[in-house]
Design a protein around this ligand. Sequence first.
Ligand SMILES: [Zn+2]
Length: 183
Amino acid sequence: MNNQNNLFPLSQDQKIIDYIFGGNALITVRNEDSKNRFTFKIKKCKNPKAIKIDLYWVLVLTMPDNNDEKSYKFIGALSREEGFRHSDKSYIKDNAKSVNVAYYYFNRLLGYSKFKLHDNIRTYHMGYCGRCGRLLTVPESIDSGFGPECSTLLNIPHEVREAEFKNTLFEQNYRGTEDYQIK
Ligand SMILES: [Zn+2]
């Protein structure tokens, strides 16, 4: 299945931060003016030897098939405590655009820059739970990016404001079909 076009907006910085540190996150970051975008996978490191902080690996989608693990290339590490750092072990060099975008995006999002993310930078999840990676189906899960059980385990609110949900559904699924009605 090609899920490339299913983009669900994460509407607040806190939701984005909760999602990217869920353990199994898949996000697309898009500049809404230029439409340039990168898709990042952020996975929790299972064996952080002698490291006291929760460490996450960041991979970037480099090939069209977003369901193939081999399409994602490791670029660096991420933590709440230190932000994003490129890794020397990555085949993608630190002057690559994806690495520059990762520095810009994660470090501004997490407050490691005196500047905030520009308003035209939006973050989307792809319809998969940020913790377990399963396909999300209920509206509350689409809103937060986590299924009911994973929300509970992570202590993340599993609710949605009605107006926000309607807007999301409309924009994602019914664009250009304004006469469509849910019966
Ligand atoms: Zn889950």
